[in-house]
Structures are given as C-alpha cells and as structure tokens.
Design a protein around this ligand. Structure first.
Ligand code: PLP
Length: 396
C-alpha cells in the first residue's frame, strides 16, 4: 500500500512546491528575542514573533520555571481530573480570571485545544454559532465539532452580523464568536457593537484574545478593556504562547457555569495531558508581573505608534491597525517575497504573506512589534524598509 501512497504524497508535495506555497522553516540558533541568530550565522532583528511583551526569554520567567522544575518536577503524567492538578494549576487559573475580570478559568495544552473543546460540550443541535469569516482555524475546527447550526458574517461587518442574528432567532441559544485582533490586518473586532447586538438579539459572546491579550487596552487586558466591556463577554479564550511568555498553553475564562461544564465535558481537557509545572509557575510569575507594572504594555504601545508614524511618513501603505500587527501592503505576491528577501539581507526578519493566507491581490509584509524592540531597532527597520521600498519602486 505505502508505495502507492508515497507516490501520491510526492505528487501533492510537488504541486505545493510548484505553486510556490511550500513552507520552509528557518532555523534559529538563539533564544527568541528582538535579535536572533539564524543557522546561516547571520544575526537579524526579529519582527515576526508573537513575542509582544518581549517575555519569551525574560530572566524572571526563566528563573520561575527553573525553581518549579526543582520543586515540582518535570511533568505530570496525567490529565487534570485523574492526578494532574497541582495547587499551582488552580493558582494560575485564578490569576487568569483576575486578569480578565472573569469568574473562573480552565487551562488547556494550547489555545487550539481551548477553541477545539469549547463548542461541542456547550451547544447542541437546537443552538446556533455565529462566527466571523476571518476567525482562527482552531475556532473553525471547534465549530465543526459541535452539532450547532453555523452562521458566518463578513469580517467585523455589523450589518451582516445583524442579518445573521435575525436569521438565527429560531434557535434556542445563540453565541457570536470572534477573534479580538485579526492576525493578518491587525484590526480589532468592534466589541462594543458586537455586545450591543448580542443584547438586542439575545445572544452570548465569545472572543478569542490570542493576539489581543497583553497587547490592546491601556493595561493590556485585551479587547474587553479596550471597549470598556469587562464582565460583559461570557467566554474568552487565549494563549500563553504569544504575549504571555510564548511557551505553550491555552485557556478558556468566563462565566462560572461555562467553565464548570467544560471541566466535565471538554474533550481536549479530559483526554489530554496537564500543563507541566514549569510552564504553570512561569505563567503565575508572568501575571504577577502584569499586576506590578504596566511598563511592558506601555513600551509596546509606544513602539507600535513610533513605527506606524515613521512608516506612514516614509510613504508606505499600511492597513489601519489597533494592535501590534502592522500590515505593510504590497498587493503583489512576488513583490512581497522579493521584499522580504531583501529585508533579510538588510538584517530584518519579516514574512511576506500572500494568497491563500490573505485574499488574492492583497499580499503584504506583516510586521509585529514587541516591547523587546528598542528605538534603534525600529529605526533600523524603517531605514531598511525605505531602502528596499525605493529599490523595488514601492515608494518614491
Ligand atoms: C495563535 C492563535 C491560536 C492558537 O494558540 P496556541 O496556544 O498556539 O494553540 C488560537 N487562536 C488565535 C486567534 C491565535 O492567534
């Protein structure tokens, strides 16, 4: 059998390569940070990590993880409900709830699992899920696993959402689901309007804060802070793998009964291993740091404003953003690849995105800012963008 299957896979892989869609992994030989070393020996400035608060290699988090290794061991060898729950797991869950102003939290191995395991236990065939068209793949998969009816609205389009809500009135329960920040444009979901529509049409709201938690809102509490709607969203999902230290881990936080039910019935929670103590302890340390100071959030916001202002002044076409994601629009797929390659020669590591990751004719370079960046890093990036932009005729 395998000979036939092998030929089939080789053929498919060949097609992916031919279409120019084959993903090669660049090998990094240093810790994650503003400056990284790559396997060619080159040192580059990193502008494509989700390391929004610069915590991926934070000495205090590393220390907390080391202490947990010594005191609590390496792994749990159990799911949570058998013998995989240490006191620190409960502490971290409470810290996350305090951070978001919610009632309780349930941890997962990843946000992919949090989203994969949230719909099926809560909603049945009588219910409806109304989902933004640009929601993350893990939400799409989670929705597929539930028996609820599916409705889709155009990205952040409130007229379309209202239309779908009217259609969905025939169902028992309705939930509107959206990313907080959309990863390709950096735009924020209009949460104030979404909550207002939810109230008008008797629906619940779920938001995925993966790219917004730690990033948006004056103190980085995410979109519920940005729109002053803390406590008004029933379900929030998020990751420990982006702004919050970048290791691994996900969570769902929200109403008490929702979390209680997920602990009983959510399959990725019931049937997958507990988070390792070092990740949990570093997570606790991270949320304690967030409560002590707003330094990192302030620096991230200042960096983002500075970069946006300089890039706009240089003449680049930039998508409106409210997050730490800056989409530099180039429109042409090949141009985006050439541009990113030339930037790498200048020591700036960014990725050019094109169809099917973004719509056809919407190719771009996505820049992600971090609190780890210093002003000289930003200046160097703007200078490199300007040089390459002129060479390639993107700006004058
Ligand atoms: C990154 C991301 C996820 C997945 O997070 P993991 O913890 O890495 O599984 C889910 N949703 C959104 C919107 C994301 O950006």
């Amino acid at each position: 059998m395998y000979t036939k299957f092998q030929a089939f896979l080789q053929e498919e892989l060949g097609q992916i390569k031919e279409a120019g869609l084959f993903k090669n992994e660049r090998i990094i030989t240093s810790p994650q940070g503003a400056t990284i070393s790559v396997s060619t020996g080159q040192e580059v400035l990193n502008f494509c990590a989700n390391n929004y608060l610069g915590l991926s290699n934070n000495p205090k988090l590393v220390q907390a993880a080391k202490e947990a290794l010594d005191e609590r061991g390496y792994g749990m060898s159990s799911v949570r409900f058998i013998c995989g729950t240490q006191d620190i797991h409960k502490t971290l869950e409470q810290k996350i709830a305090d951070f978001f102003g919610t009632e309780d939290t349930i941890l997962y191995a990843a946000a992919f699992d949090a989203n994969g395991g949230v719909f099926e236990p809560l909603l049945g065939a009588e219910d409806a899920i109304i989902s933004d068209s640009l929601n993350h793949a893990s939400i799409i998969d989670g929705v597929r696993l539930s028996k609820a009816a599916r409705y889709r609205f155009e990205n952040a389009n409130m007229e379309d959402l209202e239309k779908q809500l009217i259609e969905a009135q025939k169902h028992r329960f309705r939930v509107i689901v959206t990313d907080g920040v959309f990863s390709m444009d950096g735009n924020v979901a209009p949460m104030d309007k979404i909550v207002a529509l939810a109230n008008k049409y008797d629906a619940m709201v779920m938001v995925d804060e993966c790219h917004s938690a730690g990033v948006v809102g004056a103190t980085g509490r995410g979109v519920t802070e940005l729109f002053n709607i803390r406590g008004q969203v029933e379900i929030i999902t998020g990751t420990l793998g982006k702004a919050f230290g970048g290791a691994v881990g996900g969570f769902t936080t929200g109403k008490k009964e929702v979390i209680d039910m997920l602990r009983q019935r959510s399959r990725p929670y019931l049937f997958s291993n507990s988070l390792p103590p070092m990740v949990v302890s570093a997570g606790i340390k991270m949320f304690d740091m967030m409560n002590e100071t707003n330094e990192l959030q302030d620096k991230l916001h200042a960096n983002t404003d500075y970069f946006l202002q300089k890039m706009t002044a240089a003449g680049f076409d930039i998508k409106p953003t409210k997050s730490a994601i800056v989409a530099v629009m180039l429109y042409d797929a090949k141009l985006s690849q050439d541009f990113a390659a030339k930037l790498l020669d200048e020591g700036i590591y960014v990725i050019g995105f094109y169809f099917p990751v973004v719509p056809k004719g919407q190719a771009r370079i996505r820049v992600q800012l971090s609190a780890a960046h210093e002003v000289e890093h930003l200046d160097k990036a703007v200078k490199a963008f300007t040089k390459v932009g002129k060479e390639l005729g993107v700006i004058k």
